[in-house]
Design a protein around this ligand. Structure first.
Ligand code: FES
Length: 105
């Protein structure tokens, strides 16, 4: 099974292929915000893929549009709910833009 390492927590988990990055994180008590419930309709599940970016495949136009809203956008930014896991990854969860908005986990 692919291994995913989450930063900055430095937690490594094994995940069945085909699961989304968001589901994998939530099932392992790793917090990633997901205000729209994983429907590619917000950008709160933004993550930065440090290793394994190519394995995630093409982004949809909807995902690209949502990522345009992200302030700390990088070359390897993705939405965790749109990433199907197929290989090992190292993923950085950026700090929340608004630390007061944390009642939806
Ligand atoms: S949870 Fe809203 S886009 Fe991923």
């Amino acid at each position: 099974m692919p291994k995913i390492r989450f930063l900055p927590q430095d937690i490594e988990i094994e995940v069945p292929e085909g699961k989304t990055l968001l589901d994998a994180a939530l099932e392992n008590n790793i917090r990633i915000d997901h205000n729209c419930g994983g429907n590619c309709a917000c950008s709160t599940c933004h993550v930065i893929v440090e290793e394994g970016f190519q394995s995630l495949g093409e982004m949809s136009e909807d995902e690209e549009d949502m990522l345009d809203e992200v302030e700390e956008l990088t070359e390897t930014s993705r939405l965790a709910c749109q990433c199907k896991i197929t290989a090992d990854l190292v993923v950085e969860i950026p700090p929340k833009a608004d630390p007061l908005d944390d009642d939806d986990f």
